[in-house]
Design a protein around this ligand. Structure first.
Ligand SMILES: Nc1ncnc2c1ncn2[C@@H]1O[C@H](COP(=O)(O)OP(=O)(O)O)[C@@H](O)[C@H]1O
Ligand SMILES: [Mg+2]
Length: 253
């Protein structure tokens, strides 16, 4: 899996009920890039991310991870290098305790018990929820569940980190902690989000989806200055770019 390039070639996906999820998707993401995936509700963000981990299989076209097309044969290897935080934590958390959920990935990687424990502690500490370790994930608040889901993926130390709306449901302090954590993650990041301020803070590159198609792919700052593009994609300028007296103190270097 050299360099972990993520590439989509003329990807199309139609849901079984005939809804078009994606069409004519083409991009190439290089190792170490941080890419935001933005677009209004129903634009196709989750559908696209699910293709990147092989949970959905395209109707036409393909995904290549590293040098290989993503298929049944290399799915296991791909899932070892790509970790995804799902949009709905309930789709990801299924064990009786937070510890078990976060340990699940490292155990599956075949790591020895002591290292599994170490990774769990570290991941929980990183997202600030060590105190929840013995709790049942299903009895946590939305934001707490989101933090567990993020910890579970961090604990596997993926080469490609894929996140579907990771900042939704987080309180401001947890959101800031997440942003700081993601800044330290130097491998590839692909983040679907409605939080354009976070996208601006974290991702040099942004892909804009609209009705299943890519309508823009370029420098985040440039795209977010394009009011016409934002309006037709159902998006709004990030607060830090709206010329507010307080926010404008935040320098957009
Ligand atoms: N299981 C499904 N069956 C049929 N259509 C679906 C299904 N999941 C999503 N869709 C449709 O696919 C399109 C893209 O959805 P989605 O990828 O969830 O968008 P986003 O994540 O950008 O909000 C939408 O029109 C949505 O209604
Ligand atoms: Mg979604």
């Amino acid at each position: 899996m050299s360099h972990h390039i993520v590439q989509a070639n003329n990807l199309h996906y139609t849901y079984p009920d005939g809804t078009i999820g994606l069409s004519r998707i083409n991009f190439k993401i290089h190792h170490g890039e941080s890419v935001a995936l933005v677009g209004s509700n129903g634009a196709g963000k989750s559908t696209l991310l699910l293709h990147l981990i092989g949970s959905l299989v395209s109707t036409k076209g393909d995904i290549r991870i590293g040098d290989y097309p993503l298929n049944k044969k290399n799915l296991k290897a791909v899932r070892r290098s790509a970790g995804m935080v799902f949009q709905d934590p309930d789709d990801q958390l299924f064990m009786p305790t937070v510890f078990d959920d976060v340990a699940f990935g490292p155990i599956n990687l075949g790591l020895p018990e002591a290292e599994v424990e170490e990774r769990v502690m570290e991941a929980l500490d990183t997202v600030g929820i060590s105190h929840l370790i013995r709790r049942s994930p299903h009895k946590l608040s939305g934001g707490e569940k989101r933090a567990v889901a993020i910890a579970a993926v961090i604990a596997t130390m993926p080469d490609i980190l894929i996140m579907d709306e990771p900042s939704s449901n987080l309180d401001p302090a947890s959101r800031r902690r997440l942003i700081n954590l993601l800044k330290t993650f130097t491998h590839t990041k692909i983040i679907a989000t409605h939080d354009l301020d976070m996208a601006l803070d974290l991702c040099e590159r942004t892909i804009v989806l609209h009705r299943g198609e890519i309508v823009a792919d370029g420098q985040t700052k440039e795209l977010f200055l394009d009011e016409k593009l934002l309006a037709m994609s159902g998006l709004e300028k990030p607060l830090t770019m709206q010329g507010c007296l307080v926010c404008s103190q935040v320098k957009l270097s």
